[in-house]
Ligand binder design. Sequence first.
Ligand code: CP
Ligand code: NVA
Length: 326
Amino acid sequence: MRALFMNATTKRDLLSLKNLSRADMEQIFALTRALKRKQKRGISHRLLAGKTLAMIFEKPSLRTRVTFEVGMVQLGGHAVFLGPSEIQIGVRETSADCGRSLSRWVDLIMIRTFSHTTVEELAANASVPVINGLTDLFHPCQVLADCYTLLEHKKSLDGLKIAFICDGNNMAHTWIQAAEKYALSFAIACPRQYEPRTDIAREAAKGGAEIFVTQEVQEAVRDADVIYTDVWTSMGQENERDTRLRAFQRYQVNEELLAVARKTAVVMHCLPAHRGEEITAEVLESPQSIVFDQAENRLHLQKALMVWLLKASKGSRAKTVKASRQ
Ligand code: CP
Ligand code: NVA
């Protein structure tokens, strides 16, 4: 007799959009549409009855926390919130041990943390699907919900021009990966020292995305279908706030800039927003702004994502089986 480890080789995670093919994304969007319709019509859809999601938060959140927890409740499951003082990854125990322990009790793990490596280590050691709820490098749940929101507003993603007015942060990196999946044109305007990582941009460009980096906001926004912005100072960069406030003064989404884009352009923001900094109150509240549609769709998209990941990972839970020697 020998022990065979059926390790979680077919387990599906969402650490970045690299984990999904375009076909996967389309399945998730179709499921999102179906679940959103059911939720709006009050039709029960307890697809995850008896399942549990662990939610690890090492950074603050409104949308991610509420949408994952409410989503799990609507699907008939349960969510366990683990805040910054609870697990203390890297202090109280390793990311690997955390993943191994949680896998013995829960069906899914969602984590929001600083270093992307923490999430990679957790996922490599967990036998259940791991979802990245934001790291310093990527925010895939937000961009999936944004793509779905754009499908609702624009019918198709192919060939859209996205102007991103902010630094090369986690949102920018994730949009760059999305641009590869849908052959989008992605133009980012930011000061030179705040550009996105060249390795991420180069890889997406190799895969067919058009990536433009400029210091000129008007150049990025010309003929854009989407103007996207995000806070100038991301979570974890608070000690750079004064420098960033000065560096980004020219990089505000305001009415003057909006006039340069297509008349049909929509304005997007992952939120939270800082009115008067990266975006004016007028633009955020304008009819072209779809920011609260984005926020709503986090709920529907993540419900679909959780159902899809569990289905795609079926039978992959790490287990030891006995097999006879041939
Ligand atoms: N957009 C987003 O992820 O919001 P929270 O930080 O509130 O979760
Ligand atoms: N770039 C922002 C996104 C917030 C949802 C941050 O990381 O703080």
